[in-house]
Design a protein around this ligand. Structure first.
Ligand code: ADP
Length: 493
């Protein structure tokens, strides 16, 4: 296949599973084949080794006994008349009786007995040239100081011994038994082992195919589901068709990821809906009041000012919404670096509280303040101002009928704890973790004295997380909530 085509297929996702790493099928197949190879090799080695060794040991033992006997017979008979036909028959008889071949030869490899019978008989297979054999035998005898030796030259097992001199020349006894039989057996066995090896390889191929089929099936189906999931299908169930502990665990994790991502996706959609709605309301108001000024109140200063004020307020609301969205994305993306300075947190809390005085003067809110003097911390002052403002603002928005908000700042072990408590409905246990999310806004619509964009707590969370401060909320349903932040304490105080 052309390179381009492959790339296109890879891109389409068809071969995603094969892009990296070796396939499970190949790994299994190699492991099985290697195991089979090792087993067959061990089997072949042990068979060869054990069989051949046992056979040769037995052969050596019996040849040693028989050779000794034959040597004794020949010694007793002496070498007189060795050229005669009878002597040859005697030597031949010794061979047949013991199921071996017997020769008496000279140092030069010439056969003295048995002589060729003159009859053409291939079965008798009389050998007459023992030069090569003698070249082997003589040094061995010498090494063994003239006594008998027994050895194998690969073709046959040999018993060799020095006999008496004949006409002043040394003679030798050469008794042998062929290894043709065992070599044939070994050959047969090798052929069988090759057959077994081929069979085992085929078997390992079949077994590894079956096992990898079982293993890979759920993974392939999961890959397919993940692809669907990536395209935005949040209905996929990774558990369906998953089996085996590890794969089930993976499926559970993927299902968990799916739920989390779909939650985030839902929140994101809600945010777009909320924000566009929140943008639309002030814009409609601005447009309506501007038309009113043009058409009705333009010439009546009192009315015109009132209408213009509404336009200003709505424009402010719009601006704060835009600011919040921008703030959040800047903090989240990390563009806005923190400007850490040391400042008087106690004084700063009062400054922020001052921004709420209009509420106690006009709407009857009561701020119960318990702030220790002269507590310093090191942080980004402006951003901490945003945190305090949002937390106090929320307490005002959600506090109970008594309109009380408790603000405290106290030194404690390891830091300065800021807390703001309200007496409202509190937050449901299951909502406690979600309220910090960027797009979360509780379902119920609430009349708020302080403008809220639904982004307040996520801004708080982002700022505090970037500082690395401890923060949280304790809430009891029906009793109210306490939001707190622990600032690092400056020891210079
Ligand atoms: P907003 O208050 O503008 O909706 P926030 O991000 O400040 O947005 O708060 C997110 C949600 O957390 C609120 O909609 C509300 O449901 C809940 N919440 C925040 N502060 C409090 C509080 N003091 N008491 C009860 N609920 C609160």
């Amino acid at each position: 296949m052309a390179k381009g085509k492959w790339r296109a297929k890879l891109k389409s996702g068809k071969y995603v599973a094969m892009q990296k790493g070796t396939s499970i099928y190949f790994l299994l197949w190699s492991a099985f084949s290697l195991m089979a190879l090792v087993i067959v090799a061990l089997f072949a080695f042990s068979q060869h080794y054990v069989l051949r060794n046992t056979y040769e040991q037995e052969m050596a033992k019996s040849l040693a006994e028989k050779g000794k006997q034959i040597e004794t017979f020949i010694d007793r008979a002496g070498l007189n008349g060795i050229e005669s036909e009878e002597y040859s028959a005697f030597v031949r008889y010794l061979g047949t009786a013991n199921d071996v071949d017997v020769y008496i030869i000279t140092a030069g490899g010439k056969v003295l007995a048995p002589k060729e019978s003159g009859v053409e008989n291939e079965e008798l297979d009389i050998r007459d040239d023992f030069r090569t054999e003698m070249d082997e035998l003589l040094p061995k005898l010498q090494e063994n100081e003239g006594r008998s030796v027994i050895y194998s030259n690969g073709r046959e097992y040999v018993y060799g011994a020095r006999l008496a001199n004949h006409h002043g020349q040394p003679t030798y006894l050469y008794v042998c038994r062929s290894l043709v039989f065992i070599n044939a057996v070994m050959g047969q066995m090798t052929a069988r082992i090759v057959l077994i090896a081929v069979f085992v390889f085929l078997l390992s191929f079949a077994v590894s195919s079956a096992i990898s089929g079982v293993l890979v099936k759920p993974i392939v189906s999961m890959t397919e589901k993940t692809r669907r999931f990536a395209r935005g299908d949040f209905e996929v169930d990774f558990m369906e068709g998953a089996y085996g502990g590890e794969i089930v665990a993976l499926a559970q994790t993927l299902n968990f990821a799916r739920d989390e991502i779909s939650k985030a996706d839902k929140m994101q959609k809600e945010l777009i809906a909320n924000v566009s709605h929140d943008f639309k309301t002030p814009l409609t108001m601005i447009k309506a009041y501007a038309s009113m000024i043009r058409e009705i109140s333009g010439d009546i200063p009192e009315k015109r000012n009132k209408h213009a004020q509404v336009i200003e307020e709505e424009a402010d609301r719009l601006a704060s919404l835009v600011n919040d969205v921008l703030d959040l994305s800047k903090i989240r993306s990390g563009i806005d670096s923190l400007k850490i300075t040391e400042f008087d947190l106690s004084a700063y809390v009062f400054d922020v509280l001052d921004r709420f005085t209009y509420l106690s003067e006009t709407k009857g809110y009561k701020f119960v303040v318990d702030v220790e003097d002269g507590l310093y911390t090191a942080a980004d002052e402006l951003k901490i101002g945003q945190v305090l403002y949002n937390l106090i603002g929320n307490a005002v928005n959600y506090t109970g009928e008594d309109k009380k908000v408790y603000v405290s700042l106290k030194k404690e072990r390891g830091g300065v704890r800021f807390a703001v408590r309200d007496t409202g409905k509190g937050i449901k246990q299951e909502e406690l973790s979600t309220i910090w999310d960027r797009y979360y806004r509780s379902a119920e619509t609430h009349k708020r004295p302080v403008k809220g964009t639904g982004l307040g707590l996520s801004i708080v969370k982002s700022i505090l997380e970037r500082h690395g401060f401890i923060f949280g909320v304790d809430s009891a349903e029906g009793k109210g909530s306490t939001f707190y932040v622990v600032f690092p304490c400056d020891d210079k105080i």
